[in-house]
Each structure stands twice: as C-alpha cells, then as structure tokens.
Design a protein around this ligand. Structure first.
Ligand code: FES
Length: 203
C-alpha cells in the first residue's frame, strides 16, 4: 500500500521543496505596499490567485503572492516569484507556464493548467501597475497569438471579452468578433480557450 502510494508521488524534488517551503508568500502581518496588483481565478473552484509587485526603474523589485490553489499552483507560483524578481517588466510579462514548469523539473501533465494562474496574475499585476502610472501597455499586444486566422482574432481579444463578462458563450464570441464564421477550423480551440478563461476569471 505504502509503496503504491509512493509510486504515485510523481512530483519532482523541486516541486516538493517549493510546495513545502513556498517563497515570497504575502503575509497579513507584513508591511508590503504593492505598486500593482493582479487577481485571477475563482474562489468557487478553490484556486484564486493574487500577485502584488513593487516596481523600480522598470524592474520587479519585489513580489508577493497568495493563493487558495492546489500543491502544483503553490509550487509554480513560488517558482514564478523567484524567477520574476529582478526581471524587467517586459521579461516578466513574457514568463510562460512552460518556463516555470521547466524550472520545476516538470509537472504531471494533468496538473499543467494549475501553473497558468501565477503568470496570469503576474501579467494582471503589471497591467495594473502600467495603468495606474499612465504608462502605455506595449507588452499586451506583443504576447497576443492569432487563434482565428480567417478573422484575425487573438487569444488576448478573447481573454478580454471573457474577463469583462461581455462574451461568455461561443455564440456571443463568434457574433462579436466574427471568429469561426469562415472555415470554422478554429472552433475547438476557441471553445477550449473560452472555457479556460471562464475558469481563470471565475465567470
Ligand atoms: S480560422 Fe477561424 S474561421 Fe477560419
């Protein structure tokens, strides 16, 4: 019994270490006043994530995070926090779940989605900082990926529409952006993205 339990323990030592000793946790009693804050996820699903950043000279000087997520989300965000501190805002904006999971030595495939919340919350914190300081957000457009080639609709556009609550169904997205109205080959990917963003933004 014990052996089969251990055999199922598929996390790397690095994941275990970050889960058991998470870095840069946002503690209630700590005096941390962020320059930007990002929140994603849904309390209903138990994986809400908040990231706060301090910025100086265009770099992330400090970062704190808080989550109600699972072990993988905790380990990924802990790793993300170590990677992001010291980065320029642009570098941090381009941190991907792949880069984070690689640094963790990998995550079980079915756990990969847990690692997206930390970097999404980090990007939301950077967006918040730029907006508060009246700085043009040039990073957002650069990270966009075209999902519907026929209509030039990007994942960022879909994300914005879901995040704002404007489009929460495939039909409304299609009506609003024209996506999937020509060859239709993007349909499955758009439905998958829609569900992912609804989950991430608790819609
Ligand atoms: S790729 Fe979206 S309709 Fe053709």
């Amino acid at each position: 019994m014990a052996n089969s339990f251990m055999a199922q323990w598929v996390y790397t030592d690095t994941v275990k270490d970050h889960f058991m000793n998470p870095r840069n946790i946002w503690k209630d009693d700590e005096d941390f006043t962020p320059d930007g804050v990002g929140e994603v996820g849904s309390l209903a699903c138990g994986d809400q994530m908040r990231v706060g950043i301090k910025v100086s000279d265009g770099r992330i000087k400090d970062l704190r995070w808080l989550t109600y997520g699972c072990a993988s989300a905790i380990a990924s965000t802990s790793m993300m926090s170590e990677m992001a501190i010291g980065m320029t805002l642009e570098e941090a904006y381009h941190l991907t779940p792949q880069m984070i999971t690689e640094s963790l030595g990998g995550l079980p495939e079915h756990k990969f989605h847990c690692s997206v919340l930390g970097d999404k919350a980090l990007r939301a914190a950077i967006d918040d900082y730029l907006e508060k300081n009246g700085i043009e957000n040039t990073y957002k457009a650069k990270t966009a990926r075209i999902v519907c080639e026929c209509k030039g609709v990007t994942d960022t556009r879909i994300e914005e529409l879901v995040k704002s609550g404007e489009c929460l169904t495939f039909d409304s997205l299609s009506q609003k952006t024209g996506c999937s109205t020509v060859c239709g080959k993007c349909r499955n990917e758009i439905i998958a993205l829609l569900e992912e963003y609804k989950h991430i933004y608790g819609k």
